[in-house]
Design a protein around this ligand. Structure first.
Ligand code: 13P
Length: 250
């Protein structure tokens, strides 16, 4: 039985003062929720703050990106080992906001996935299609290709105990979430693609949904069989809303 997971993606929001308040509100509101795993992915400079304030709580923390390389002359990059130094458990990989803005290829993203796994971080691999791709009916082809970049490089077994987040690009930050059925169809497709190659990896893989999740739509989304939780942007910046989303997990 997979435990549900709700992850906050703060994106490029916050500062030391605001984070302190938000972390305190998270701890106050979420500390009694034992039915769900909870994590928050913060901008790099605030990993130390997350570690200081969240250690010994039920809230794990992580980053929003990492380098595909282990160490070396890579100015501006942050390695998996550095994230581990600050107690990170999770790292978001291939978020569409990065993939588009910084031209990350599926192949690069696959290497980052492997890098995270090698250092004991749980990768949260983001996949998803654009609106044009959905309207053209090729969304499964697009997501399949994103998964195949990892599968072809490292085999399906690398998905054991990892996290994939289905984030349709048209749903991110638009207020227009996928319906439970739309998301379930894609989640089932993702799981079966892995299961065809490695049943036990597919069974342990958590597949989150991300894209305009709010306290209202979370109940329907999280009730779906293959939706193992959510990756939450905007609503994670409000502790009350985030708590409601975590409570929406049955
Ligand atoms: P929103 O919840 O703001 O739509 O963001 C989703 C997202 O990108 C999570 O990674």
């Amino acid at each position: 039985m997979r435990r549900k997971l709700v992850v906050a993606n703060w994106k490029m929001h916050g500062n030391l003062v605001l984070n302190e308040q938000l972390f305190a509100a998270y701890i106050q509101k979420l500390s009694l929720l034992s039915h769900v795993d909870i994590a928050v992915c913060v901008p790099y400079p605030y990993l130390a703050q997350a570690q200081a304030l969240l250690k010994n709580t039920n809230i794990a923390w992580g980053a929003q990106n990492l380098s595909k390389d282990a160490i070396g002359a890579f100015t501006g990059e942050v390695s998996a080992m550095m994230l581990k130094d600050f107690g990170a458990s999770y790292v978001i990989i291939g978020h569409s906001e990065r993939a588009t803005a910084y031209c990350e290829s599926d192949e690069n993203i696959a290497v980052k996935f492997k890098q995270a796994k090698s250092y004991g971080l749980t990768p949260i691999l983001c996949v998803g299609e654009t609106l044009i791709e959905r309207e053209a009916g090729v969304m499964q082809m697009v997501v399949g290709k994103q998964l195949d970049a990892v599968i072809n490089a490292y085999g399906a077994s690398i998905f054991a105990d990892a996290v994939v987040s289905y984030e349709p690009i048209w749903a991110i930050g638009t207020g227009l979430a996928a319906s439970g059925e739309q998301a379930q169809t894609m989640h089932e497709f993702i799981r079966s693609r892995i299961a065809a190659l490695d049943k036990s990896a597919a069974a342990s893989l958590k597949i989150l949904y991300g894209g305009s999740v709010n306290p209202q739509n979370a109940v329907q989304l999280f009730a779906m069989q293959d939706i193992d939780g959510g990756l939450i942007g905007k609503c994670s910046l409000n502790a009350q809303e985030f708590e409601k989303i975590c409570r929406a997990v049955a």
